[in-house]
Design a protein. Sequence first.
Length: 326
Amino acid sequence: MNRYFALLQGLALAAACGQVAAQEVTLHMGHNTQTDHPIHLASQAFADAVREATDGAVNIVVHPAEQLAALRAGAEGVQLGTVDLYASDSGTLGNWAPQYSFVSLPFMFADFDSAIATMDALEDELAEAMRADLNVERLGWSPGGFRIILTTNKPIDSAADLAGVKIRVPEIPVYVSAFGALRANATPLPWGDVYSALQTGVVDAVEGPSGAIRTAAFQEVTKYLARTNHILNDTNFLMNLDRFNALTPEQQQAVREAADKAFNEDMREMIREEEERSYAALAEVLEANDNPDVASFRDAMAPVFEEFVATAGDQAAAWIAVAQGR
């Protein structure tokens, strides 16, 4: 009889261990920046915090520099479930739901504080909408830096100087429209292809946030810098909704809390510091124009707003109104 009860106890213990093991999960998170960029640092801090809070039951492996997937493919993959987590800007999400690209409209935000205030006010609304529209759980958001322009062959002072310039832009409709309005030759390319494209003359220019430009070393293959601050780059930290829902309630809470700390707090501060540090580093090695004729850029891009709202619809117009304080 004792042996019988011992056998039952052993079977119960084995079943319990099996249940614990079944709850253990390894998830893969991707992004498109280098390992010294705030996106990677925040992602790694997030992964470490989740692992600690769940006693190792949820293990998140971070893949930097498009190792898991390039930006567009990663943003699509996290919707489809072929990628567990990915860091994507709102403009890229506009390829599937154009209303989210309102963040990437030219001169949408004057500074980090106004952008953060707007996006925090819309946080719950955007999260709910992305669940329905994109099948993702929006875990966090941060500014990614205001975008500047680097060129290989001539300085940029006004909008007119970009006419005919072959400039690399992301595979994002609003970016293509914006630089089309400037009469530039907008050339979509994956971020990982830009260095060689500048080096070989496939493109004459690139635009992007100073931190991402510096860590990608584009200053090695360009000559001029213009601080236009024409678009605010941003980062949504997204998880496939089915993967998120498969976690236990306790694991979901751990993920949410770790994301809030890593992305909504720490990364935002890192980005503020990185923006100034990276711009200063670029200005040391390039011929920098700190005060280009921004008004000429803003005026030239005005039609982009009308075109965008006509495509993206009433929801986009409502979010733009919040951003503009209307």
